[in-house]
Design a protein around this ligand. Sequence first.
Ligand code: ZN
Ligand code: ZN
Length: 310
Amino acid sequence: MTSDVSVTIHGSRGSYPVCGQEFARYGGNTSCVSFRAGQREIILDAGSGIIEHGRQLVKDSFASNRPIHASIFFSHAHFDHLIGLPYFPPVYIPNATLHLFGPRFGSVQSFEETIHNLIRSPYYPVALNEMTALKHFYDIGEVDRVYFLRDRVEPFMVRATHPSEAHLLPDPADVEIEVQCLRGFNHPKSGVNMYRVTAGSKSFVYATDTEGYVHGDRRLAEFSRGADLLIHDAMYTEAHYTSMPAPTQGYGHSTVAIAAELARQAQVSKLCLFHHDPKSTDRDLDAIDDLGKSLFAESFAARDGLTIKL
Ligand SMILES: [Zn+2]
Ligand SMILES: [Zn+2]
């Protein structure tokens, strides 16, 4: 199975979608990535990039006569990571099943409530409970592991760090995909979930909307150690980040240098520079791509539609 593992970028922007000639090569959709291992797929974030991907899932489902089971892991609930969900065609397919994983907001609000607060009138005409797909919501944090097991369609979530549940951990031989979560507290105002996704000997880390620390984010470096691919926020140039009178330090995003330093510390094989500023044109992103390669040789700027084999 490990020979057939890949990651596809469906939306590589941050903040808001863009279109036009100067954005044509890298694309203008907001954050969405899918991870595929054999016939299994999971999706990370539901920015505008998820919409076209959802159309493909519906086409494939009709062609194969197999119902859709889509699992989406959300980093957080900012618009650019969520706005594609009400337009994701599978939510209107009656026999589709969606598994939606995301962080609780504070200590009281479930992820389902967070989504419900946005996808309802007067913001959107169709409420969550009027969407015909079957939806399961999960609050996911650092203590949880999600497993996609051989011969089982539904995901299986367990509090893996609690000794009383150790006996629930699946036999590794049955695990097709495992998802681990790391909380990041450096993104306003409620942090983000970062994910490490593993299939066999291959793994990738999705770390968007995160800002580095002095000497690097040690927890994230440990979490990412040895991954085949690290997708890391690289929204800003050094000039954006530090120039007066409006530096972007503290906005919860990283520079190319911060991403490259983390990739070096974590000794990952490849670095994907992600969550592009919507103002960055293709020419700007070519420069970011070059800068990335000068700091970490196996790096590249994310581009909508790009598939990376692990
Ligand atoms: Zn974002
Ligand atoms: Zn954000």
